[in-house]
Ligand binder design. Structure first.
Ligand SMILES: Cc1cc2nc3c(=O)[nH]c(=O)nc-3n(C[C@H](O)[C@H](O)[C@H](O)COP(=O)(O)O)c2cc1C
Length: 321
């Protein structure tokens, strides 16, 4: 797949996930074969205000390219200004616009999936952002606001007609949240009716789910979110499976080694105290489905220091030998 001149070398893309898609996690997923990695979404208003917290989300590294930075907001002017700011300061390969987030805090401000209820505002946003930057702009959408308003195809066409260079479609409506099943047939209809690349997203938790998404929708690539949290091997195994190669689940020792590496990367990225806290979100993914996993998880999420966490991980690793 190509987005303008960017050659995307793998059909497996890492989803933007607020609270997870930080630099260490993106680098790990890149190493596992992700074709594009996306930052978690950043607020256009926060960027314009010069919020330090917002900018911290955008610490990037050359090794993770091609990198997409995702912005959200409701005001075409601040969206285009923040896109230009992101382009000038962080030089992403892609600027993505969030039209899919259904979290109340975002929707209340008329951003994310709320824009699926106001297509003229949505059109104005994509138009102004595309005009403001020279970086390729893409959009991430859901199928509509609710089951009475499946506007996904209409939105995809608006995005394409106004210069978006790819679209990611999460095959649910905003009202679905993460419930109900992903409607691959709707993603297929969108794919059949636009010329720009379409990335299919939703509920890919095995390499076979990815194959199904590609086969049933004809989409150009798949995006993986929750399935990769603490299990970045899903990206590697999906890449292998899509190339017709065999794959296997990682051994417990491999999980511990990568988890320790992840922890060390987080220390470098955000310091010991916050590294210890953020890693709690990943342990559930790294350690499940083997004897002693729940005891290990419980021990790790209750540590107060990095030294304690490392000691537990090393102890468990020795016990595996
Ligand atoms: C914790 C979490 C945070 C998310 N943050 C974002 C975000 O910042 N931007 C976005 O477009 N989607 C966000 N999403 C949605 C995911 O990108 C993806 O569309 C969704 O999880 C469906 O894919 P999956 O079934 O593979 O997880 C988030 C999802 C989760 C679970």
């Amino acid at each position: 797949m190509k987005i303008r001149a960017i050659d995307i070398k793998s059909q497996v893309i890492l989803a933007p996930m607020a609270g997870y898609s930080d630099l260490p996690f993106r680098l790990i997923c890149k190493e596992m074969g992700a074709g594009i990695v996306y930052s978690e979404f950043v607020s256009s208003e926060g960027l314009i205000r010069g919020s330090e917290k917002t900018e911290f989300y955008l610490v990037t590294d050359e090794k993770e390219r091609p990198l997409g930075i995702q912005i959200f907001g409701h005001d075409p002017v601040s969206m285009s200004e923040s896109a230009r700011y992101v382009e000038d300061k962080f030089h992403p390969d892609i600027i993505d616009i969030n039209f899919g987030c259904s979290v109340r805090k975002v929707v209340k401000k008329n951003a994310g999936s709320a824009l699926l209820k106001d297509l003229s505002l949505l059109e104005n946003i994509i138009k102004q952002v595309v005009r403001a930057v020279s970086t390729p702009v893409t959009g991430k959408i859901r199928l509509g606001w609710d089951h009475d308003h499946y506007v996904g195809l209409e939105v995809a066409k608006i995005l394409e007609d106004n210069g978006a260079e790819a679209i990611t479609v999460h095959g649910r409506t905003a009202s679905d949240g993460f419930g109900n099943t992903v409607k691959r047939d709707f993603i297929k209809t969108i794919k059949e009716n636009v010329r720009i690349p379409v990335i299919g997203n939703g509920d890919i938790i095995t390499p076979f789910d990815a194959e199904k998404m590609l086969n049933e929708t004809g989409c150009d690539a798949v995006m993986i979110g929750r399935g990769a949290i603490g299990n970045p091997w899903l990206i590697q195994n999906t890449c292998r499976h899509l190339k017709g190669l065999s794959f296997s689940e990682p051994k417990i020792e491999e999980k511990i080694d990568l988890c320790v590496q992840h922890l060390q990367m987080e220390i470098e990225h955000r310091g010991e105290e916050f590294a210890n806290k953020i890693m709690r979100k990943f342990y559930g993914g790294y350690f499940k489905g083997f004897e002693g996993a729940s005891r290990l998880r419980h021990a790790l999420v209750t540590t107060k220091t990095i030294a304690e966490s490392l000691a537990i991980l090393k102890g468990f690793r020795n016990h595996c030998n």
